[in-house]
Design a protein around this ligand. Structure first.
Ligand code: SAM
Length: 389
């Protein structure tokens, strides 16, 4: 999945540390699970239940698809009936526009023509599409919020049709939703994060069409195949909410992997598209990023510079009071939320009996660098800190 700061690349080192530190734990928690890369890894590599949490629903939906299931599932059992149901709905609309593949997903290279096509797509979404769905009914969050921006109208219709027709059986549904989120992240006409769609300017227009040409069904099928083949050893749990709710599930001696935000901007600003698809609810959006209003997006005290130090103290104090072991990753140098790994070490030394540090070199997203003032990705030292009670 396209996700900034995901710890998949660090797993060769981080995974070994977590497996070693968690050898005597009865449960493992990933309370800031994000892409769920670490939750999935731990669910597959330990015999212990994984409890994954995050403020955002799409993150826990991703986690649930693997950590709550103890057996592999044949992907075609999910894909064939699901795609049939979705196609019935999507094709109802496409049949009204027999040349929609040329008009909605054209193979254009010329920037001015792309601009015209983008504006035509937006006009279709704003002026024609509402009348169509009045007749056929249903819920169309992606088409209403993002069609003509992050997705072509045809892609948005397919995403909504797939969201409306998710399988009912819990394990199948979890896999299908996680796969849809992954496909949506890979097909969005936006940088890795989805804070803003590409604009139809001379330099960026071609990226819009590169993304709009992607076949949603293909990406969903690929993700279903990958996710349905992996599973947990023990049945875990996914909790959408503050990390405290995840930590509340643990007992003395359990292991927490903590990867709190390092950014001074809330994650909900970057992943609102995935959150909308995951929630499946229609929302009002505005601005260049087509965000829902801030009151509808989860905010984190870790991403407020004025509160981040308190948030770090609270988190470590809660874990120490429950006698939990914590393995925490954080950039070694000061991040945009004002914190660095040293702040966690300083706080932790007063609360835990031992604090051990390891550093690995990694690269991270600067959240939309423009290559002129800021590179989109930069190298940094990432600290892996183990706090033992
Ligand atoms: C650095 S990302 C985690 C990345 C993840 N480890 C991975 O490998 O993909 C931080 C995550 O913490 C979540 N978050 C922020 N504040 C939170 C809080 N108070 N409780 C739970 N989750 C929170 C964000 O939504 C975001 O998904």
């Amino acid at each position: 999945m396209k996700y900034m700061g995901h710890k998949g690349k660090m797993l060769p080192v981080l995974g070994e540390i977590l497996l070693h530190e968690g050898r005597n734990a009865s449960q493992f928690a990933d309370p800031f699970c994000g892409s769920a890369a670490v939750s999935w890894y731990m669910a597959q590599h330990t015999q212990r239940p994984v409890v994954a949490g995050d403020l955002q629903h799409y993150a826990t939906a991703r986690a649930a698809a693997v950590i709550t299931r103890q057996y592999a599932i044949r992907s075609e059992k999910i894909i064939i009936p699901w795609f049939q149901r979705a196609r019935l709905i999507a094709d109802q609309i496409f049949d009204c526009f027999p040349n929609h593949f040329e008009s909605l997903q054209p193979e254009l290279k010329n920037f001015e023509k792309i601009q015209v096509e983008v504006h035509r797509s937006r006009k279709f979404s704003e002026q024609i599409f509402p009348d169509i769905i009045k007749k056929i009914g249903g819920i169309w969050p992606t088409s209403k919020a993002y069609s003509g921006y992050y997705y072509s109208p045809a892609q948005a219709i397919i995403i909504d049709a797939l969201r409306q027709t998710l399988p009912e059986e819990a394990d199948y549904r979890n896999i299908a939703l996680a796969a849809l989120i992954e496909a949506a992240s890979k097909c969005a006409a936006a940088p890795g994060h989805t804070a803003q769609p590409f604009q139809p300017t001379e330099s960026a227009a071609r990226y819009i069409f590169e993304a709009w040409k992607k076949d949603i069904y293909y990406y969903v099928e690929k993700a279903v195949k990958e996710i349905s083949a992996i599973h947990a050893s023990a049945v875990g749990k996914a909790i959408t909410g503050d990390y405290r709710e995840t930590i509340a599930e643990l007992s003395e001696g359990d292991l927490v992997f903590a990867d709190p935000p390092y950014s001074g901007v809330h994650y909900s600003r970057f992943y609102h598209v995935l959150e909308t698809i995951s929630n499946g609810l229609e929302i009002d959006v505005s601005g260049r990023g087509r965000y829902p209003d801030v009151q509808y997006r989860p905010v984190s005290s870790f991403s407020r510079k004025s509160e981040s130090l308190c948030a770090a103290k609270d988190f470590l104090a809660i874990c120490a009071s429950k006698k939990l072991k914590v393995v925490l990753t954080f950039p070694a140098s000061k991040s945009s939320n004002g914190l660095s790994a040293d702040d966690f070490i300083f706080i932790g030394k007063k609360l835990f009996s031992s604090v051990a540090l390891e550093e690995v070199k990694t690269n991270f997203s600067t959240l939309g660098g423009n290559k002129i003032h800021r590179n989109p990705r930069e190298f940094c030292q990432e600290a892996i800190i183990t706090f033992r009670p």
